[in-house]
Each structure stands twice: as structure tokens, then as C-alpha cells.
Design a binder for this molecule. Structure first.
Ligand code: LLP
Length: 384
């Protein structure tokens, strides 16, 4: 059943659980975000002594209260679209640094990005080859492809030959020639290989590879080793070891103290902070399966359908009852893939019970859709 699989199951605390049941009594489906958990995760990452600047990858969750909480913790922000840039610019103090890291952006997107205070990341020849005058006199960041990708699912790997991201290192000299011709200075190097990585060694490898490339280039002041910091989701998966990460980063920094070190985590900060509350609609026996239906599905949370992602599911109304029945937990969407959890051991449910889907603070609401015109899933923020 995934007992204790989630690192910060704040919602198991009796007081939080009863707050959640009250919130669900008003309306479901609803996402609920617990800001103390966001702050706790933020402080853990702030303990990384080698890291000079942490950017929150806002694509994971763009709720304004989360942006404000992380700005208050001293985070900078990483945005991938003009829309993200504009909403972050409006929501955080004007002195907070921003990064714009788009992929296959249009010329118009770059024009909008350049109109903000963000530092721009390029990851292809095309912008410097054809739109060089846009970036004239600018300091930019170059995202490279280190030739490999990794992550919790094939679809979240962002490096290697099967991925559309990053400048292949073989094109570095050509890129630098175009940049030079337009007076564009490459001040930073960036790599992000994928999402949901639990092995601390990974970032040490990226860091030292970027540092040795930087030695070749000469104009580099900082290295952005990306995000991708995973949280354990399956029962039995080990947590990312932050102390080990601190150690590997400090080792590389000792060899290359002349570069600033930047990171840009998304999921790690917000995944555990969010839960999705839904209500039991119907149950059904069919063949060897029992189905437990709830009032939202892949329209609110697409990760199980898209990545086979595993989210812990509990019956919040019956947390103390024995879980002795097996269910397919499904939503109301007209797709066979609308399964939130397969083979889940849960207590015998009743209509209107509140079902909690855990670890949905990252890539939940932001990836939701109006499919089947089920309506928007509301968001509620909890703070102390
Ligand atoms: N930096 C860059 C350049 C990225 O592309 C991403 C994520 C991040 C940072 C933040 O990665 P994180 O720390 O959150 O792993 N929708 C997928 C994840 C896609 C991630 C896309 N890029 C999921 O639900 O697992």
C-alpha cells in the first residue's frame, strides 16, 4: 500500500488530516499545498555549502503563494516561457534574479524575454546564427548536451541523442564564433540531463564536465548544473542523500573555485507539499478487478497516464481502517488510461469518502487540462 513511502507525509498528522477533510467538505477535487513543507525542502537545499545560487524551476508549480514563499527563502527563479517570466516578474520582488531557459523558442519569445531582467539561456546555433543582433552586447548562458540523459522515465530525459535539448558539444566552436561576431559573451554554462534523479553523484559529474568545458572557453563565470533532484515515490525507494550531494559538490568546487555554482530544482521543493483531494463516486466489480471511482482523473493529474508515475493513494476518511481490498483507482474521464493508481490496497470505501493522492505538488495542477470539460481543479494553500 506504500505505507511511509512519502518522505514528508505532513497530511498524516491528525490536525492536518482534519483540516484536509474540512477543505474537501467544501468542494472536490482540490489541490492543497502545505507551505511549511515547501520551506523545509528549501532550507535543506540551502544547506548545500558549494551552491552559490538556487533557482526554483517554476514549471513544477506556479502558484503565487509558492513563488512568494521561495522568494522569501532567498531563491531565484528559472522560467521556460514568456508567460512564466511575466507571471514570476509580477509576483516576486524586483531584485530577485531570473533565468529564461526556453527550448525551440521563437524570435518573438526571445524578444519578450529580453524585455525582462532575466538572464537568457541559448541551447542551439539558430538564435546566434540568425538573430545574433538581438543578443548583441549581452551576457548569455549556453546550455550544452553532455551526450546522455537520465530520469524517472524515458519521457523526462533531456540529454543524449534522442533529446531535443542542448547544444551538442561538437558545435561549441561554431557557436562561439557566431557569438563573438555579434559581441555576445558566454558567461555561463548549463546542463540539465533529466528529472527525478536520486543519485547524488550525478551532479558532481555534470559539474566537473561543465567546469572542464569552461576552462576551454575562458569567459565563463558560473556553471548551472540544472535541477532534476528526485523525491522517492515508490515504496522502498531511498531518499536523495543531501549530505552526499553536498560532499560531491564541495569536492568539485575545491578544484574549480573560480566558478560560481548554480542549481535549478523544481520537484524537490514542491512535490511532497501538495496533495490532490477527490471524492469517491462509485465502485464497480468487473472481471477480476474492483474499480474505485473518484471525481477527478487524468484531467487533474496526468503523471500516472503519461509516465506510469506512482502516487501514494489513501482513503483519508478511513485512514485508521485496515486496507484489505485491492482496487484500480480511476477517474471519470473517457479514456482507458484514466487510472490514478493500479492494484492499490485500501479500506472498503463508501460513496463520498475523501481520497488523497499524495506527492502531487509538482507537475500536478500545471499539467492539468480541460479535457472532457470537467472544470478547473481548485488550489488551496495551507500555512501555519
Ligand atoms: N531545469 C530544466 C532546464 C528543466 O528542463 C527542468 C525540468 C528543471 C530544471 C526542473 O526539473 P526538476 O527539478 O523538477 O526535476 N513533467 C515531468 C517532469 C518534467 C521536467 C521538465 N524539466 C514529471 O512530472 O515528472
Amino acid at each position: 500500500s506504500g505505507e511511509a513511502a512519502v518522505a514528508h507525509a505532513w497530511w498524516r498528522e491528525p490536525a492536518e488530516r482534519s483540516r484536509l477533510l474540512d477543505i474537501a467538505a467544501e468542494a472536490t477535487p482540490r489541490y492543497v499545498y502545505h507551505l511549511p513543507t515547501v520551506r523545509q525542502q528549501a532550507r535543506e537545499l540551502k544547506s548545500l555549502a558549494a551552491v552559490d545560487r538556487l533557482h526554483y524551476a517554476v514549471k513544477a508549480n506556479t502558484h503565487p503563494a509558492i513563488l512568494r514563499a521561495l522568494a522569501a527563502e532567498g531563491f531565484a527563479f528559472e522560467c521556460v516561457s514568456p508567460g512564466e517570466l511575466e507571471s514570476v516578474s509580477a509576483g516576486v520582488p524586483a531584485d530577485v534574479p531570473l533565468l529564461f531557459t526556453p527550448n525551440f523558442a521563437s524570435r518573438a519569445d526571445f524578444e519578450r524575454g529580453l524585455a525582462t531582467r532575466a538572464t537568457i539561456t541559448l541551447d542551439a546555433l539558430h538564435p546566434v546564427e540568425y538573430w545574433g543582433e538581438l543578443f548583441r552586447g549581452r551576457e548569455i548562458v549556453l546550455r550544452v548536451d553532455l551526450g546522455r540523459g537520465l530520469g524517472h522515465h524515458e519521457k523526462v530525459r533531456t540529454g543524449g541523442s534522442g533529446s531535443k535539448f542542448g547544444l551538442p558539444v561538437e558545435q561549441l566552436d561554431v557557436f562561439l564564433r557566431h557569438a563573438d561576431a555579434h559581441g555576445v559573451v558566454v558567461r555561463g554554462l548549463h546542463a540539465h540531463l533529466g528529472s527525478g534523479v536520486l543519485d547524488a553523484k550525478h551532479w558532481g559529474e555534470v559539474y566537473s564536465q561543465l567546469a572542464s568545458l569552461a576552462e576551454r572557453i575562458g569567459s565563463i563565470a558560473f556553471l548551472n548544473i540544472g535541477g532534476g533532484l528526485g523525491v522517492p515515490s515508490h515504496p522502498g525507494e531511498a531518499k536523495l542523500d543531501i549530505t552526499a550531494l553536498d560532499k560531491v559538490l564541495r569536492e568539485v568546487k575545491a578544484a574549480y573555485p573560480h566558478y560560481q555554482l548554480w542549481m535549478e530544482p523544481g520537484r524537490y521543493l514542491v512535490a511532497d507539499a501538495g496533495v490532490l483531494l477527490a471524492r469517491v463516486t462509485q465502485t464497480k466489480g468487473k472481471g477480476s478487478w474492483r474499480y474505485l471511482g473518484v471525481d477527478t482523473g487524468m484531467n487533474s493529474l496526468i503523471r500516472p497516464a503519461l509516465y506510469d508515475a506512482w502516487h501514494e493513494i489513501v482513503n483519508l476518511s478511513r485512514l485508521d481502517e485496515p486496507s484489505d481490498a485491492l482496487f484500480q483507482v480511476v477517474g471519470p474521464i473517457c479514456e482507458s488510461g484514466d487510472v490514478l493508481g493500479s492494484d492499490r490496497r485500501l479500506p472498503e470505501p463508501r460513496e463520498s469518502d475523501v481520497i488523497l493522492i499524495a506527492q502531487t505538488g509538482a507537475y500536478g495542477k500545471v499539467m492539468s487540462s480541460p479535457y472532457n470539460l470537467r472544470g478547473e481543479t481548485e488550489e488551496v494553500v495551507l500555512d501555519n
